[in-house]
Design a binder for this molecule. Structure first.
Ligand SMILES: Nc1ncnc2c1ncn2[C@@H]1O[C@H](COP(=O)(O)OP(=O)(O)OP(=O)(O)O)[C@@H](O)[C@H]1O
Length: 222
């Protein structure tokens, strides 16, 4: 597991309509066999664990990068899926953070469905799952699942030498099925700050962390 503890995938999104109308062109050449991209007309090349070209589907991304890791959760490992990239590069689309129930689902809704498949198929353990959702905007942390006004949703970040980083007061919503997780995801997404940037008319303008906590206990130990 150690050599695979961190995997980096590159996803190249297709040009969006505004870019096509400005005459923008793709500048990356993909070499899937060696997991490499090269910048056209240059000698600069970059290698990743996985590369997805502009035509890759949401399903391919999930299947190749995430699906096999979900089961590690049930062996007690923490799993972080982090999307990183400049504004408009496709983080929200890939993660499915702005899930509305209609679009081609991104990573989070697919991961949620997979987690509940494991829970349903496992008869040895009892499970208690909960979710939290927070947003870091201009160095202030907000609780996206608290039923309060925005000003009352501000959270503190504290450090504890034993427990690491703590967020006292963060709302944790107990969830019993995939549907209730996705409802929490949609509810929290609506409270996020959005605005337009030069690169993205619907930019999120913040960092968001959606956490699923899985507590499992052997039925014979109760
Ligand atoms: N793989 C893809 N296929 C088709 N369209 C995509 C893809 N990835 C992103 N897009 C589109 O590109 C635009 C920008 O994507 P998105 O909002 O996900 O970017 P972002 O990285 O979250 O930006 P920001 O940091 O500004 O919030 C959106 O219109 C989105 O629908």
């Amino acid at each position: 597991m150690a050599d695979k503890a961190v995997q980096v995938a590159l996803r190249i999104r297709p040009l969006v309509t505004s870019e096509i109308s400005k005459g923008c062109k793709d500048v990356l050449e993909v070499y899937p066999d060696i997991s490499q991209v090269r910048i056209r007309d240059s000698d600069r090349a970059f290698t990743y664990n996985h590369i997805f070209g502009p035509h890759a589907t949401q399903n391919e991304v999930f299947d190749r990068c995430i699906h096999h890791m979900i089961r590690n959760l049930f062996s007690g490992y923490n799993l972080t899926i982090l999307a990183y990239g400049q504004t408009g590069s496709g983080k929200t689309h890939t993660m499915g953070t702005a899930y509305s129930g209609e679009e081609d689902m991104g990573v989070i809704p697919r991961a949620v469905s997979e987690i509940f498949k494991h829970v349903r198929d496992n008869f040895t353990y009892d499970f208690a799952l909960s979710v939290s959702f927070m947003e870091l905007y201009q160095e202030v942390l907000y609780d996206l699942l608290a039923d309060k006004s925005r000003e009352q949703c501000v959270l503190d970040i504290r450090e504890d030498s034993n427990k690491g980083v703590l967020i006292p007061g963060l709302t944790e919503v107990p969830v019993e099925n995939a549907r209730s997780v996705l409802e929490a995801l949609m509810r929290g997404s609506k409270s996020r700050v959005t605005g337009a940037t030069n690169m993205n008319a619907q930019s999120s303008r913040s960092h968001a962390i959606f956490t699923i906590n899985v507590l499992m206990q052997n039925k014979t130990e109760w």
